[in-house]
Ligand binder design. Structure first.
Ligand code: PHE
Length: 341
């Protein structure tokens, strides 16, 4: 029995010192010290020993057991320490490694231009209004003195959302003129930017969705002089103090008289160049005195009140400001393009 105990002692200490994982160590504990383990098995045979030998062998078996237990505990501590060291090594933080750069976005160039224009209008006492892109035909056309047989109402020009053509994607922000006149108390001084939609094919200067800025002033004694003065002041703030402007007669159903405003080409000074397509002038907006029929339709007496309205395309302004040649770049959201601003 002595030899057996010594053999167990020896092999147990050896295999324990070789273990590399906590699970292997646990297996060894079971193998030697468990209920059906080798040492336990030997202890069960003690009964067969003589009375003198029994205590000696018992003592020896206990010593072996203690030694194996101690070895297992020590090895377990070693394995734990090793695991911790490995973790520390693999999880080290090198605080000198440069951080990952977060790419910060910035305002879209068109919205920078819009913010600039809003500031100009706010400075002149205008209120900024937001309006629905899904609009009633009444507001987009009828109340703007644009009757059923007007070409702008064609199915090929407008995105209708209902069979009866009563609901559509607004084709102009002028619908906000009506909404402002119906809901505001007089006098009115509002500007309303937003998206508008037309059935246009996409090319360098067209898109089925684009942005307009609408303006409306209604008060007693408003004249064409106010229209020209206000728009000249706005345009000079946008394009520079020395900008030369002109007003040309035009037609819109909801203004009378109507006009378009041009600026003299800043590239060629009016001689004619590719930027102004040889014209010397660049059209910037449509405007006019609010038609008496439109005022009356909104419950405003045209004999007491008058007003002017204007509408300009935001994309064209942004293209001009940033010297961008193709409108598609504004909408494509290619970061390589947008990063330049
Ligand atoms: N809504 C017109 C357009 O889209 C522009 C306009 C606005 C004209 C206000 C006159 C008054 O062309």
């Amino acid at each position: 029995m002595k030899e057996q105990l010594e053999a167990i002692h020896k092999s147990a200490l050896e295999s324990v010192s070789e273990t590399k994982a906590a699970t292997d160590l646990e297996a060894l504990r079971v193998k030697y010290l468990g209920k059906k383990g080798e040492l336990t098995g030997l202890l069960k045979q003690m009964g067969g020993l003589s009375a003198e030998l029994r205590p000696i062998m018992g003592q020896m078996a206990n010593d072996v057991r203690a030694a194996v237990e101690k070895a297992i505990d020590e090895q377990s501590a070693i394995l734990e320490r090793r695991a911790m060291e490995q973790r520390l090594a693999s999880e080290t933080l090198d605080v000198t490694i440069p951080g990952k750069k977060l790419r910060m976005g910035h305002k879209h160039p068109m919205y920078s231009v819009l913010d600039e224009i809003k500031d100009i209008f706010i400075g002149m006492g205008f209120e900024i209004l937001d309006g629905p892109e899904v609009e009633l035909a009444d507001y987009n056309f009828t109340k703007l003195n644009t009757p059923d047989d007007h070409p702008a109402r064609e199915w090929s020009d407008t995105f209708y959302l209902t069979e009866d053509s009563n609901v559509l994607l607004r084709t102009q922000t002028s619908s906000m003129q009506i909404r402002a006149m119906e809901t505001r108390s007089l006098p009115i001084r509002v500007m309303s930017p937003g998206r508008v939609y037309r059935k246009d094919e996409v090319d360098a200067t067209h898109s089925p969705m684009f942005h307009q800025i609408e303006g409306l002033v209604v008060d007693q004694g408003i004249t064409m002089g106010d229209l020209k003065g206000t728009l000249n002041a706005v345009i000079r703030k946008i394009y520079g103090e020395n900008t030369v402007t002109r007003f040309r007669p035009h037609h819109f159903p909801f203004t009378e008289p109507s006009c378009e405003m041009d600026i003299q080409c800043h590239k060629c000074g009016g001689v004619g160049c590719p930027t102004c397509k040889g014209e010397g002038w660049i059209e910037v907006l449509g405007a006019g005195m609010v038609h008496p029929k439109v005022l009356r339709g909104c419950g405003i007496d045209p004999d007491v009140y008058s007003g002017f309205a204007f509408g300009m395309g935001l994309e064209r302004l942004a293209l001009g400001q940033y010297k961008i040649s193709d409108m598609r770049l504004i909408f494509e959201n290619d970061v390589r393009f947008l990063e330049q601003f």
